[in-house]
Design a binder for this molecule. Structure first.
Ligand code: SF4
Length: 479
């Protein structure tokens, strides 16, 4: 999972990208980059780390131009932090930079098909090179050539990809995989200085930068925002049933984002109501509903409202600890959960607590949270989950562990309940999820819940992903 931005038509492009990347930093904290054009030769700066650590004031002054790309990176399997940071650029057959969000399932097959020798393990480098190879087959590199080349690469690419390309002489060219697995939206700003366009993973970027949302980039669509007259051309390249990732609404996207015209906060609220319907099927009572911050707050609020039970913030997150926080020794690892989340004893002591989380992956954190509540003398701890059991890995850009590590892949709900020490365990059902999201089930990717992958994922590719994920875990342990 990553975040992308493309902007064309403003002299403040580097500061707009910088501000925009902060707005989608939640989509990736391992690396960030910008590719800027329009003032001399195009410039590229990227590195590992957070946006605020990579770009200093001097960098933004040096990155001059009127069009550019920005990217925040989330690590995918087996990838190298420095080499894989985006955007990537190429000069043959034309100078261009590219960034994307997604994951290519048939990466190895395409590397061999196009006989490529790549410098990184980043699948965006693959997309950029095969796009360049297809452009080389065109007589002239013009607007028509871009659409023809992307039509051919869409025939071969298997996976999720929301791609933004900056070709300084032609404009900003965006395309999205035919199933529209990852979000992608675009907007326009008209000021006294002129018109500018922006494309981004989430509309919050556009809102913050003052762009009016035009619409989502459609699954299978190509959009060219032209360099010369600042208008845009669009073409539906492939037209098949979309499969939007349900996890964007459940967990990944910002609560204030709107994806495929469905607001994330509203969706999470409805999921909380659906979870309350499941809860009502059991015999237990609750005195208080407590969310595991931050994502589950909305689910918990709706659940409490629906059950008419007090909602309390009984767990407080240390907001200064990011994903990159490394525990220095074994003793501190033991207190890892408490370092991130500390309970308010007064809200827990002597109460039947309904603890609400957005999902259970390995179950280790869930168990620690239940015990944290019990150590505060909770009378009972009932665990409620705003996502159905996750039973299978994701091949489209979300780092869900291997089947072996996924708690619900090999355990029944009762076994998980016992394992996490909860007095009861209530999951949202797949029907409840679909109802809550308010989308047609056929238009959703639910593959990590039901194993119906929207594209072909061969057995050897599954084995490859599993091996790479295991290797990544080993490497993380060593570090
Ligand atoms: S497998 Fe799960 S996480 Fe991956 S795209 Fe599909 S719904 Fe999203």
């Amino acid at each position: 999972m990553c975040g992308i931005i493309g902007i064309l038509g403003t002299e403040f492009v580097s500061s707009e990208l910088y501000t925009g990347l902060f707005a989608i930093q939640h989509r990736g904290q391992n690396g960030a980059g910008m590719y800027i054009a329009g003032d001399g030769s195009p410039k590229l700066k990227k590195d590992k780390g957070l946006v605020g650590d990579i770009f200093a004031k001097d960098d933004l002054e040096e990155l001059k131009g009127d069009k550019g790309l920005g990217h925040v990176r989330y690590p995918t399997i087996g990838s190298d932090v420095e080499r894989d940071a985006q955007p990537f650029k190429i000069e043959d057959p034309i100078e261009m930079g590219m960034a994307h969000n997604g994951n290519i399932v048939n990466y190895q097959e395409l590397v061999e098909m196009y006989d490529l020798s790549l410098e990184s393990t980043c699948d965006l480098e693959l997309i950029l090179h095969i796009f360049a190879e297809e452009l080389k087959k065109e007589e002239n590199i013009d607007e028509e050539a871009l659409f023809s080349a992307v039509e051919r690469i869409m025939e071969n690419l298997n996976g999720s990809y929301s791609v933004v390309t900056l070709i300084p002489d032609i404009g900003l060219f965006a395309f999205r995989d035919p199933r529209g697995i990852r979000p992608f939206i675009f907007g326009k700003k008209v000021t006294l200085d002129g018109t500018s366009f922006a494309l981004a993973s989430e509309n919050t970027v556009l809102d913050i930068l003052g762009y009016k949302v035009l619409r989502d980039v459609m699954p299978g669509e190509g959009i060219l925002i032209k360099e010369d007259n600042k208008s845009y051309l669009s073409r539906q390249i492939k037209n098949i049933m979309p499969k939007h990732c349900m996890f964007e609404w459940v967990y990944f996207a910002r609560t204030d984002s709107t994806i495929e015209r469905i607001n994330v906060y509203e969706a999470r609220f409805r999921l909380g109501r659906e979870l309350a319907k499941e809860w009502k099927k059991n015999e237990h009572d609750l005195d208080v509903v407590i969310p595991v911050p931050d994502t589950a707050r909305t689910h918990a609020l709706a659940l409490a409202e629906e059950l008419d039970i007090p909602y309390r913030e009984g767990l407080i997150r240390n907001r200064y600890i990011g994903r990159t926080f490394v525990m220095p020794d074994q003793a501190s690892r033991e207190t890892a959960v408490k370092t991130k989340l500390n309970p308010i004893i007064e809200e827990v002591k002597g109460k039947k607590v309904g603890l609400v989380d957005d999902s259970i992956v390995r179950g280790t954190t869930s168990k620690k949270l239940v015990n944290l509540m019990k150590n505060c003398a909770a009378e009972e701890v009932h665990f409620l989950v705003g996502c159905p059991p996750i039973i299978s890995p994701c091949y489209y850009g979300i780092d869900i562990p291997t089947e072996k590590e996924l708690k619900a892949s090999t355990n029944s709900i009762e076994e998980i309940r016992k394992d996490i020490d909860a007095d009861s365990l209530t999951y949202l059902t797949i029907d409840g999820l679909v109802n809550g999201l308010g989308k047609d089930r056929d238009e959703l990717c639910l593959a990590c819940l039901d194993e119906n992958y929207p594209t072909q994922v061969r057995e050897d590719i599954r084995d490859y992903f599993q091996e790479m994920r295991e290797r990544s875990r080993e490497k993380m342990k060593e570090n």
